[in-house]
Design a binder for this molecule. Structure first.
Ligand SMILES: C[C@H](O)[C@H](O)[C@H]1CNC2=NC(N)=NC(=O)C2=N1
Length: 112
């Protein structure tokens, strides 16, 4: 099976429906330590990354930002002392699409 992180992120048009819960939870099996959360009826993919201090959490934040800019797809990132929470979803369709899972996998790759 192809590595999720190496799949191509396609620009997501607003006509594409979000993944169904069944599809989203199936995709979730390809990730570890991520969870699907729901805010205002919108399913999102979220994970909290722990670090030894704020500087490490901030450096990771920048690496995630670089991934987002490269893909043209952006998460919510909450950076605190020794932890960074990253939450992905596709704003234009108010839900999850494959891009979100691809970028979550790429986020894991820059976590160490
Ligand atoms: C114009 C710009 O490309 C769009 O607004 C992009 C920016 N980044 C984005 N990021 C996310 N997560 N969802 C979007 O729908 C989205 N749209």
């Amino acid at each position: 099976m192809e590595k999720l992180a190496s799949l191509i992120c396609e620009p997501c048009s607003k006509n594409v429906p979000p993944l169904s819960p069944k599809e989203a939870f199936t995709r979730l099996k390809s990730l570890s330590q991520w969870q699907i959360v729901e805010h205002d009826g919108i399913m999102k993919l979220s994970r909290c990354f722990k670090f030894r201090d704020f500087a490490s959490a901030l450096a990771f934040t920048q690496r995630v930002g670089d991934i987002a800019e490269q893909a043209g797809h952006h998460p919510v990132i909450i950076t605190e002392w020794a932890k960074t929470t990253v939450t992905w979803w596709t704003h234009t369709i108010k839900g999850l699409q494959l891009n979100d899972f691809i970028l979550a996998a790429r986020t894991d790759e820059v976590a160490d």
